[in-house]
Design a protein. Structure first.
Length: 548
């Protein structure tokens, strides 16, 4: 049986460098396409898995391997009928797993996943009856029983397809992809193609399962290809497909699921969509497949350092492949036969790569923000050895990171007054340590203001007189751009006071009340803001002549 578009190849995380199996050596004559990441490949011994006794013409596919590499589950096709098998590498025996399909529904077995002890195997059944949806099952080889995982509360199959099952190492949890809306309460759909797909996890409880939603609520994104760790507390899965695909990781430290940011990819190491199922190791490494010109390669990405290395070339991704959780064993398919590869050979030492170096530090420039407030814009530093790198920033307040402030500009907030703001710039180049440089700190002070008024205002007694005031601003440090005119102006004369807000251009017009002929004093005061100091008060002489 060949894997169709509804199936996804299985990949498990490896922490060591792997080599090509001897049976696939002819494929290595083809040149590999260039990669942005350096790595090494070592050759380990390989062996073909024998078929079950008395069975000939068996075509294997969809291999899955246990964490220590002892147990291998796979699908074997004989005369157009697919069956589930388990192989013991310690004894060399291969046995058929009784899935009891005839007692449930006839169809095509696919996508097995096996627990650490080889007892539990999760698998998908694609029914022969087209109106019936594919479902996920879990077989217990100790008690020779099979349970429906993707079922409803009424023990019936979900109302849409479920597939891509992955059983945890202890056999207690099964993560899988589903489009069903009655298997788990879903506040959203992936919505990539109505209704979309989501990643869920089922936990064995007594004779049934408790199912929880794992993937996030992003609109227009299909989630799939889940993998799960030994205890069912960490699940990796893909979001999207093709060049837009990314790998996400969900954690359950305290009973609830939370997600970490997507794992980084580069232009030369994009996920090939349906051919990639990421696997997460106990130390956080991720293994996935990469589509290249001559076929697929297996890559291990180290999340902590942002580097990736090639562990196997020319893998038939459509037929399936898997690696043990300890990274010491791999299994893939060559011409319909399963090939086991020993990956315990340590990788050759790599030449150290120097980190990019900043020639100068980023500079901070003041800018106005809309009508009020300030922006600090970071002018990037100049780097050497940073070709093809990705720039990241983190703004600091008094030396501590400001949450969420990672852009090219930083909006100065009222609580920043009197503090020192700086930005740290990082250049990430694939295969090299990150380069870092810190800007000079910018101390935020309130800007200065100045009131401009006429010295004398003339008018006629008993009539209202117009007083025009203008507020100008200047930067506190004496250089750069000051904040826009703002605040309020209070005008007092003859025991009366009028308050006006400062306009965007700093202009204020006040109508003074009518009074008797003579001379008086108009006092003008400015009330400042968090960004602008109050200007010095100004006195204006008011001269009113008698009516004629």
């Amino acid at each position: 049986m060949r894997r169709g578009p509804w199936l996804t190849a299985v990949v498990l995380v490896a922490a060591t460098s792997v080599g090509l199996p001897a049976s696939a050596s002819s494929a290595t004559d083809s040149p590999a396409s260039a990669s942005a990441f350096s790595g090494s490949t070592s050759q380990g011994p390989s062996s073909h898995v024998p078929g079950p006794a008395g069975v000939s013409g068996l075509a294997a596919s969809d291999p899955a391997i246990s964490s220590d590499g002892r147990w291998v589950a796979f699908v074997g096709e004989v005369d157009g009928v697919s069956r589930l098998y388990r192989h013991d590498t310690a004894t060399g025996e291969t046995e058929q797993v009784q899935t009891r399909r005839g007692a449930v529904i006839e169809g095509e077995v696919a996508e097995p996943s096996i627990s650490d002890d080889g007892r539990w195997i999760a698998w998908t059944l694609r029914p022969d009856d087209a109106p019936t949806h594919s479902q996920v099952w879990l077989s217990d080889l100790l008690t020779d029983t099979t349970r429906l995982v993707s079922g409803t509360a009424e023990w019936e199959g979900g109302n849409a397809g479920s597939h891509q099952p992955q059983v945890s190492g202890d056999g207690q949890h099964v993560a899988f992809t589903t489009r069903a809306t009655d298997v788990v309460a879903k506040p959203h759909w992936g919505a990539g193609s109505a209704p979309g797909s989501d990643v869920v996890v089922a936990e064995r409880v007594d004779e049934g399962f408790v199912v929880a939603l794992v993937s996030s609520g992003l609109e227009g994104v299909d989630f799939g290809s889940p993998t799960i760790d030994h205890a069912g507390t960490r699940i990796a899965f893909t979001a999207g497909s093709g060049a837009d695909a990314r790998v996400e990781v969900a954690l359950r430290p305290d009973g609830g699921w939370s997600r970490v940011p997507p794992l980084p990819t580069t232009e030369s190491n994009q996920l090939p969509g349906e051919a990639s199922s990421p696997r997460v190791s106990v130390d956080g490494d991720v293994l996935y497949a990469h589509a290249r010109a001559g076929g697929h390669a297996l890559l291990v990405g180290e999340v902590s350092t942002g580097t990736t290395r090639t562990v196997a070339e020319w893998v038939d991704a459509e037929a399936g492949f898997d690696l043990s959780a300890d990274g010491d064993a791999a299994v893939h398919v060559v011409a319909g036969s399963l090939v086991l590869t020993d990956l315990s050979v340590p990788p050759a030492p790599e030449e150290p790569v120097a980190a990019p170096v900043a020639v100068d530090a980023p500079t901070l420039v003041r800018q106005r923000h809309r009508v009020r407030g300030l922006l600090l814009r970071a002018t990037p530093a100049t780097w050497t050895g940073g070709a093809g790198g990705r720039l990241e920033r983190q703004w600091l307040r008094d030396g501590y990171a400001v949450p969420g402030a990672t852009g090219a500009t930083y909006r100065v907030r009222p609580r920043d007054v009197g503090r020192e703001i700086a930005v740290i710039e990082r250049l990430l180049v694939p295969g090299a340590p990150a380069g870092e440089v810190l800007s000079r700190a910018h101390r935020v002070e309130r800007d200065r203001a100045h009131l401009m008024t006429p010295r004398v205002v003339h008018g006629v007694a008993g009539r209202r007189v117009t007083l025009r005031v203008r507020l100008r601003t200047a930067p506190a440090q004496g250089a750069g751009v000051a904040v826009a005119p703002q605040g309020r102006v209070r005008v007092s004369v003859g025991g009366r006071t009028a308050t006006r807000a400062v306009g965007p251009r700093g202009r204020i017009t006040v109508k003074l009340p009518g009074a008797r002929p003579g001379r008086s004093v108009v006092r003008v005061r400015h009330v400042g803001t968090a960004y602008l100091r109050a200007a010095r008060p100004v006195s204006v002489r008011l001269v009113l002549r008698p009516r004629r």
